[in-house]
Design a protein around this ligand. Structure first.
Ligand code: HEC
Length: 290
């Protein structure tokens, strides 16, 4: 195998390993950044829902509280307004999702689906969990899903969620006496379930890694081409000429002109030494002939 082929095999091998390593590392970093951005999105959605809840408690409920026994207005319920506002938001961003899912909800629409109930039960089993985050595959794609526990920490909640007799009569008329009661203090009764699509972030990750692969590929091709050109000019072609001269000289043919490579590198010095050796050999032969 020629020098050039050996060199190229080693170079291509090193390039492939380098590219693989760089792409692997960049994938890790891009993926971590994408996940951080997604986590941020869910935090923002939750923050907004909590703000709507607070607004309802502080600004809307006082206006309607006195009339609740006669006409119960769901918009005075924080959970109702947070979810209704989000439903409005979803008209523009249908791939985002917010739900206050409960195991025993007042409004049947809030009943936890089996996978949501799974998350709620995990939160109930371990009170120290701040939240649970999972990646869920659905027909619409992959979703980053987070569940934040909904815990009863305020006695006031039990007015409407302990026994029907304690709740405003108009509310019981509207929602019935069956669901949404029997909640306990400090019980995790459900979870804020939020999910955001991972599609866009995953596409970003793929684009970043692809861009790096193309950039590195072009850079390596350039290195390969330039190295080959230099190798040919500086090493392979001079060595080939010297080999040819050595071959002829060894057979006693001194007619072939000397080859001297200009410069100060190793090949140039080899070519000069070789010429000196050839001249010495030539005169030694001549002396022998005489
Ligand atoms: C004035 C009565 C009332 C009070 C007080 C009240 N809720 Fe509710 N809550 C309701 C009603 C009514 C619904 C159903 C709203 C709807 O139609 O979405 C509800 C719904 C919910 C839901 C969604 C699940 C479900 O049951 O449908 C959660 C979670 C919730 N409430 C938590 C709380 C917490 C926590 C407190 C205390 C901070 C509280 N509630 C105080 C009346 C009340």
């Amino acid at each position: 195998m020629g020098l050039r082929a050996k060199f190229n095999i080693v170079l291509v091998f090193a390039c492939l390993i380098g590219m693989g390593l760089a792409m692997f590392l960049s994938y890790q970093v891009a993926n971590r950044n994408a996940l951080a951005a997604i986590e941020q999105e869910t935090e923002v959605i939750r923050g907004n829902a909590l703000a709507v809840r607070a607004y309802t408690s502080n600004n809307i409920l006082p206006l309607l509280r006195d009339r609740q026994d006669i006409l119960f207005a769901p918009p005075s319920v924080p959970s109702f307004s947070a979810q209704t506002v989000f439903a409005q938001f979803r008209k523009s961003y249908p791939e985002y999702y917010y739900k206050e899912a409960a195991l025993n909800p007042t409004n049947p629409d809030d009943l936890a689906e089996p996978w949501e109930a799974d998350l709620i039960n995990k939160l109930r089993a371990d009170d120290s969990l701040g939240h649970i985050a999972i990646e869920r595959d659905t027909e619409e794609g992959r979703f980053y899903t987070v569940a934040y526990p909904l815990k009863i920490t305020n006695e006031a909640c039990l007015t409407c969620h302990s026994v029907p007799a304690a709740a405003p009569a108009a509310m019981v008329d509207l929602y019935g006496p069956e669901n949404g009661f029997g909640w306990q203090m400090n019980e995790i009764i459900g979870a804020q379930i939020i999910y955001v699509p991972m599609e866009v972030a995953e596409q970003h990750t793929r684009d970043t890694v692809m861009a790096l692969a193309v950039g590195l590929g072009v850079a390596f091709l350039l290195v390969l081409t330039v190295t080959n050109l230099l190798l040919g000019r500086i090493v392979v072609s001079p060595v080939r000429q010297m080999a040819e001269i050595a071959e002829k000289t060894s057979l006693g043919d001194f007619s072939i002109p000397e080859y001297e490579r200009p410069g100060k590198d190793e090949i140039a010095s080899l070519s000069r030494s070789f010429n000196r050796m050839r001249r010495s050999l030539d005169s030694a032969m001549k002396m022998l002939e005489e």
